[in-house]
Ligand binder design. Structure first.
Ligand SMILES: Cc1ncc(COP(=O)(O)O)c(C=O)c1O
Length: 327
């Protein structure tokens, strides 16, 4: 006989399952092309697999140091110096995490206490205006920079660490999942000035203690070749252009995305339904899954936009676009 446990008081009574799980599950149930969740539909570089195998074979299978393997922290430090001219001490200012999500959670857990004010703003790249907001205050900035390399049309990512006045009060978070086409590895890192990082690590040590070691070792070696990540913008630009070219003639409207591997499509010429309903209905009916944009707003602002991930093989993108053109 099964006994049931009743939870007297849920800590998160209003939290349900994330939209990413909801839409991916629906896509699976209805055998739909899944352009909802942001994961690449192609394999990682075989060289990276080889490096992981080499690390495992060499016996790098036990706990990594709490802050991450020194060889990887050094590689991260070097990369941030080369790309943004930002200096982070690999011993005290860089921590390897189990994905960006864990870094974000750990940062929030480290600095947000009861009664503190938290300001969350919709994605804006106006870092200088941000800088104005924090100057003269004791605000700590949590900067999510996981798409730093997926910047299209010849633009470049401006890191929070490049902006004087921000760097000193910012924990910046990055993800190897996005950069290496390996979202399932759940590896990322956080960087910040020593005083902030030491607080971050107090929570990190009890949160996961350390991230998995063979992948860290492999990534440290892989990052030595800059071309492995510097070409990502062009790679995804070609994917975006391919997808949008195949959508020509459809009733959707769009502005080509210039960052990330997501394209937003406005469907107001086709339906006036709520985006959450349209996303579900079309997954079932037309068998293409997307993410409704209103979920990214506090006030569920419905602008009749759906988000499609184009980090997929061309053949899958072509099939999805063909269906969308017919709607
Ligand atoms: C903006 C943003 N930040 C963080 C993450 C999570 O990254 P990770 O998979 O490394 O936890 C994602 C994943 O989609 C993302 O889009």
């Amino acid at each position: 006989m099964q006994s049931s446990v009743s939870i007297a008081k849920s800590k998160l009574p209003n939290v349900g399952t994330t939209i990413f799980t909801v839409m991916s599950t629906l896509a699976h149930e209805h055998d739909a092309i899944n352009l909802s969740q942001g994961f690449p539909g192609f394999p990682i570089d075989p060289r990276l697999s080889e490096l992981v195998m080499e690390a495992m074979t060499a016996g790098i299978n036990q706990y990594a140091p709490m802050a991450g393997l020194p060889i990887l922290r050094e590689a991260i430090s070097k990369k941030l110096e080369t790309m943004y001219g930002c200096t982070y001490d690999s011993d005290t200012e860089v921590t390897v995490t189990a994905g960006a999500t864990q870094a974000l959670y750990t940062a929030i857990g480290s600095f947000v206490g009861e009664g503190d004010e938290v300001v969350i703003f919709t994605p804006a790249y106006d870092s200088y205006a941000l800088e104005k907001i924090v100057s003269g205050s004791d605000i700590i900035v949590l900067s999510d920079e996981v798409y730093e390399h997926i910047v299209l049309d010849g633009k470049r990512h401006v890191s929070s660490c490049e902006i004087d006045g921000l760097r000193q009060r910012t924990i910046a978070v990055f993800s190897f999942g996005k950069t290496l086409h390996a979202t399932g590895w759940k590896l990322g890192y956080a960087v910040g000035p020593r005083e902030l990082m030491s607080e971050f690590r107090k929570v990190h040590q009890y949160n996961v203690f350390s991230a998995n070691s063979p992948m860290q070792h492999a990534i440290a070696n892989y990052l030595q070749d800059e071309s492995k990540y510097l070409g990502l913008g062009q790679f995804f630009q070609a994917k975006r252009d391919f997808f949008l070219d195949k959508l020509k003639g459809s009733r959707f409207e769009w502005v080509p995305t210039q960052g990330t591997y997501f394209q937003l499509l406005n469907y107001s010429n086709i339906s006036q339904g709520l985006d959450v309903d349209v996303a579900r209905e079309w997954t079932k009916k037309y068998k293409v899954a997307s993410i409704p944009i209103s979920v990214f707003y506090h006030a569920s602002l419905d602008e009749k936009m759906l988000r499609f991930c184009f980090a997929k093989e061309d053949e899958e993108l072509a099939r999805a676009a063909e269906i969308l053109r017919q709607i």
